[in-house]
Design a protein around this ligand. Structure first.
Ligand code: COI
Length: 304
């Protein structure tokens, strides 16, 4: 059997090599995304594996099919970009990765604490030799209400960790998870928006969320960036902490330290908006790294 692995990070190489050697699988690895310019690297492969930034266009699937590829596996949990309907109609077997929810859940607790203790401002000010307490008064998590929108594996783990802080936890999901029900209260979505001091994972921006802390460690597409910008400009957020940013493909997991900004049009738009959003003192942005622990990276290679 042969697999072509796309989007391979340096830290994944040894694990992928070891796993494939153990199973007698021939492996081709590339750091490149799967797209029309790289699809031919899958020549002779039975399956391909990717992370979250490849292009799963109909054209790419047509070419993979023509070359005899049968399985397309994402090493990440999210499969929102995989163009599932077309792929399945073409007879591909699709799989997605799986790893423990701990890394993302712990990261979420960290970002909530950073947000409520004004850590971005504190770090920037102290770097600038400003050791005042100005603008740095925080809140204690135990006296806040945290709204958890989405109560699957990660949401549930976040709730379990939050329990230790003594905060009020309310949650909302289309499916009410029985194990969550034992430790937190499900409320209608509007109540979650109205009553939460902190909303974790994702929530739409509504006037009733004024001053709220939003943590989005899930998917950028859950936010409309122009609404986010308008809300930031109108001081509607207490803090926005985001590990996921809309249009982050081609931005995250690579350096832009030598980029020259030539214009505000076309593909640079998301990148420029990101620079603007990041410039707010109440925005914490991290480069989609909540998943990135040694433990999860190994599990992703094994599952994908
Ligand atoms: C996921 O596993 O879905 C992630 O968000 C991680 C990333 C490598 C795309």
């Amino acid at each position: 059997m042969k697999i072509t692995a796309y989007e391979v990070r340096p830290d994944e190489r040894n694990t992928l090599e070891r796993l494939c050697t153990e199973k007698g699988i021939e492996l081709v690895m590339t750091a490149a995304n799967l797209d029309m310019t790289t699809v031919e690297l899958a020549e002779g492969a039975d399956g391909v594996t990717t992370l979250g930034q490849s292009t799963f266009s109909n054209e790419v699937y047509d070419k993979l099919k023509e070359m005899g590829v049968k399985v397309v596996a994402a090493r990440c949990v999210g499969y929102d970009r995989m163009n599932r309907e077309y792929a399945e109609a073409q007879g591909f077997k699709l799989c997605h990765g799986s790893y423990g929810p701990n890394g993302v859940a712990e990261f979420t607790i960290m970002t909530i604490l950073m947000a409520i203790r004004k850590m971005k401002r504190a770090m920037a000010n102290t770097d600038d030799k400003d050791f005042t307490l100005k603008g740095k008064q925080g809140r204690q998590l135990g006296s806040l209400t945290v709204g958890v929108y989405g109560t699957g594996r990660i949401g549930y783990h976040v709730i379990k960790l939050l329990k230790g802080f003594g905060c009020k936890i309310i949650c909302n999901d289309v499916y009410e998870n029985p194990v969550v029900k034992e430790i937190a209260e499900y409320v209608p979505f509007d109540t979650l928006l109205a009553e939460s001091d902190v909303i974790t994972l994702h929530a739409p921006l509504l006037p009733s969320t004024e001053g709220v802390i939003i943590v989005n460690n899930a998917r950028g597409g859950l936010m409309n960036i122009d609404d986010v910008i308008e809300a930031l400009e109108n001081e509607k957020f207490g803090v926005l902490a985001m590990d996921a940013y809309p249009g982050e493909e081609g931005i995250i997991h690579m350096t832009h330290d030598e980029d020259i900004v030539t214009n505000f049009a076309g593909e640079k738009k998301s990148w420029l908006k990101l620079q603007y959003v990041r410039s707010f003192v109440n925005v914490i942005h991290t480069p989609h790294m909540a998943f990135f622990t040694r433990e999860a990276a190994e599990e992703m290679c094994a599952a994908g």
